[in-house]
Design a protein around this ligand. Structure first.
Ligand code: HEM
Length: 478
């Protein structure tokens, strides 16, 4: 990608670029042009994410280490033993006794903030999901609540585990590559491992790495989009011929994404995923007991805001897949419908929280479609990138619709077909990993256990069908 002009958005510096990790101001928030999209690694950072915070925040790192070493089990696990319960209780008690650490020193660096969000969100999920099901509420203690909400406010992320915590910023090199002063090593698809796992299983690692590999393979798609935007600017017959070829290339790259997605079955067992991994992801809006999650101590910092919702991490937060939708002009079909139904809260307590010492996150039915909501869970630079892409003055779909060039239209439809086929595979994956196991759990007599599985399945099918429906027919115009 060395041929990019220096002022192209893919050539612009990344947050923290060239600065030492600690002690320098983060310029990313003032650099309106900086989308944190790297020409070599796309939405993944080119350098391995930070693996440990400086000593000042060691108590958080130690608490996370302890959680990982304690083999904590979700409270909803069938066959939970007394020993599991005691271990989790001990760990939660230690977390409750942690000092409430200041986050002031973290704001000097995007890398520090990311690591802090990763560590604290992971601790919060361990805390929430080991809380006994008999507890009427999930109460997150101040040592976690305060810094997590503060760091999240700075990053403009919700205070919950996101795709960026478990995929984008959760990797290291499996084997350290040869270092080269002129060309620092970038992650390769087959040389990644994860930093943090709930279960320590290969299944969980492969689940995250499937997404990471898709992000990395998708970098080529970002380059093709850029080239097509440049050609659309020229807009003459030669440019349309080039766009036609580039669309066929894009279809091939999306085909590769589908292959990588399907390969998740080689490393991640569906039953392990459903029983052991997925329960850790749930946010407040899919708490197994439909309880409130209370953020204790929030009143100590009046600047903290009430997060409108807390969904768990999802690859639906992948900016790459959103970028494909937006660039191809499919988002107005695939992103508009099918709000994934969220369980209603058990208590009818409405927003805002009562003016008491605690802050509670009360799940409420979503007002906006799932995929639009998921953009608020993306790193803010990536959200800005999607906005930038949406405001492209020469949208590709309109260009194709307004042209009578049949081969261009066929190439556009080929890219859409590839995206639809990616989603065909995704539908198969959701059937295998969620629908099937949820039906098994519901038992032959049927119960409500499988409902979430059915909703998720219908949702991904709906997005797939809307993608298929966006293909242009002869004579279609905007
Ligand atoms: C075992 C593997 C996977 C399972 C079980 C799975 C499951 C799901 C489920 C249940 C949803 C519905 C929304 C939610 O509840 O989060 C979803 C949405 C989504 N997932 Fe996956 N997923 C898997 C892998 C992936 C991978 C590797 C990607 C690619 C980065 C991906 C991309 C998406 C996208 C983009 C959506 C939003 C719907 C759409 O745009 O089609 N998923 N997934």
């Amino acid at each position: 990608m060395n041929f990019l002009p220096p002022d192209h958005f893919l050539s612009l510096p990344r947050p923290d670029h060239g600065f030492p990790v600690v002690g320098m101001p983060d310029t990313s928030t003032v650099a309106a042009h900086d989308f944190d999209v790297d020409p070599r690694t796309g939405f993944m950072p080119p350098q391995p994410p930070l693996t440990r915070l400086p000593a000042e925040w060691e108590p958080w790192e130690a608490a996370l280490d302890e959680a990982l070493a304690s083999d904590l089990q979700v409270a909803s696990k069938e066959g939970l033993t007394d020993a599991d319960v005691v271990r989790a209780e001990r760990w939660r008690a230690c977390v409750g006794e942690l000092p409430v650490l200041s986050t002031d020193g973290l704001s000097t660096s995007e890398f520090l903030l990311r690591r802090a969000h990763h560590v604290l969100a992971w601790i919060m999920h361990f805390y929430a999901h080991t809380t006994p099901l008999s507890a009427p509420e999930v109460r997150i203690p101040p040592p976690v609540t305060l810094p997590l909400l503060q760091v999240s406010a700075q990053l403009q992320l919700p205070p919950v585990l996101t795709y960026s915590d478990d995929v984008l910023y959760n990797w290291a090199f499996r084997t350290p590559p040869q270092s080269d002063a002129f060309r620092p090593p970038v992650p390769a698809l087959d040389n990644l491992r994860c930093l943090t796992l709930f279960t320590g299983t290969r299944d969980e690692e492969e689940f995250y790495l499937a997404s990471a590999r898709i992000e990395l393979r998708g970098v080529h798609a970002l380059g093709l989009m850029r080239a097509m935007m440049d050609e659309a600017f020229v807009g003459d017959a030669t440019a349309l011929r080039r766009i036609t070829a580039l669309l066929h290339d894009l279809a091939r790259v999306i085909g590769d994404l589908k292959t990588i997605l399907g390969a998740v079955r080689e490393g991640c067992d569906p039953q392990v995923f459903y029983d052991e991994i997925r329960p850790w992801f749930k946010g407040a809006d899919s708490d197994p007991q439909k309880r409130r999650w209370i953020f204790e101590g929030m009143e100590r910092d009046p600047s903290l805001k009430y997060p409108p919702e807390l969904s768990g991490p999802s690859a639906g937060q992948s900016s790459l897949i959103h970028a494909l939708d937006v660039f191809l002009g499919v988002d107005r079909y695939s992103h508009t419908n099918f709000p994934l139904t969220r369980p209603k809260p058990k208590t009818a307590t409405p927003h805002p929280p009562a003016p008491t010492a605690s802050f509670s996150s009360v799940p409420s039915p979503p007002a906006v479609p799932f995929l639009v909501r998921m953009q608020s869970y993306m790193p803010r630079h990536h959200r800005a990138f999607l906005r930038h892409l949406s405001s492209n003055p020469r949208p590709l779909r309109a260009l194709v619709e307004n042209s009578d060039n049949v081969t261009l239209r066929e190439a556009y439809n080929a890219a859409l077909t590839a995206l639809k086929e990616f989603r065909d595979m995704h539908v198969r994956i959701v059937a295998l990993y969620i629908l099937g196991p949820s039906r098994k759990a519901a038992g032959p007599a049927g119960s409500t256990v499988g409902t979430g599985g059915t909703d998720a399945f219908k949702f991904v099918q709906g997005v797939r069908d809307q993608t298929a429906g966006a293909r242009l027919r002869e004579g279609d115009e905007s």
